[in-house]
Design a protein around this ligand. Structure first.
Ligand code: G6P
Ligand code: MG
Length: 220
């Protein structure tokens, strides 16, 4: 029996992934490290500080900054990001997502959020989706970035559900690994080849089909 659907935010509920990319790119200009779309893929689902570490390693500058300077850089990136997401509104909900949330609720299944973003609650508020969520895992309390399952386990605990009876939805490889390691059923949104470790993959949010998920979960 499915007890919960646990969602990633960026790239699943709304396309904030592009704003994270633009904000990192802006920071990259400041520290002279080029960030392209391909490299950005490897940052999806990864926490702010760990993303910065990966960027510094890419630019071979991992030993150039003190911890305080790194924190300042991460704060700068966040300022750019917050500026970009200020004007997010319900029109920025990805296609099909609100109907999916409604269908889950109609079936009396709990809904949780497992995003690595410390801005998640603000984004959900701006989208007007807060009331659908029974529990939002607090990224600030999460010590290990995806692919570690910690944030998904936090969400399952907060919802008081068994991970084995939970469905996780993700657009990033690290996220699918996190869901699988949490012993949840994994739903990928995006490219079938790169998300090949997911139990089921939909090409985009519009095509996510509640009944198909339930049936394939039951069959496995
Ligand atoms: C999500 C995004 C990442 C982002 C992380 C932290 O997982 O996919 O790109 O780095 O959240 O977001 P934050 O808003 O806390 O910087
Ligand atoms: Mg994502």
């Amino acid at each position: 029996m499915i007890e919960a659907f646990i969602f990633d935010l960026d790239g699943v509920i709304t396309d904030t992934a592009k704003f994270h990319y633009l904000a990192w790119k802006e920071l990259g200009l400041k520290i002279d490290i080029e960030i392209d779309e391909e490299f950005n893929e490897s940052l999806k689902g990864i926490s702010r500080m760990e993303s910065l570490e990966r960027i510094l390693i890419k630019g071979n500058k991992q030993n150039e900054f003190t911890l305080k300077e790194k924190e300042d850089l991460a704060n700068d990136k966040n300022k750019y990001y917050v500026e970009l997401i200020k004007h997010i509104s319900p029109k920025d909900i990805l296609p099909g997502i609100e109907n999916l949330l409604k269908e889950i609720k109609l079936n009396n299944i709990k809904i949780g959020l497992a995003s690595a973003s410390k801005n998640a609650t603000m984004v959900l508020n701006n989208l007007g989706l807060n009331s659908y969520f029974d529990f939002i895992a607090d990224a600030a309390k999460c010590k290990n970035s995806k692919p570690n399952p910690e944030i998904f386990i936090m969400a399952a605990n907060g919802l008081d559900v068994d991970p084995l009876n939970s469905i996780g939805i993700e657009d990033a490889m690290a996220g699918i690994d996190a869901i699988n390691s949490a012993n949840m059923y994994s739903v990928g949104v995006g490219d079938k080849d790169s998300l090949n470790k997911a139990n089921i993959v939909f090409e985009n949010t519009q095509t996510i089909d509640f009944n198909q998920i339930v049936n394939s979960y039951k069959a496995c």
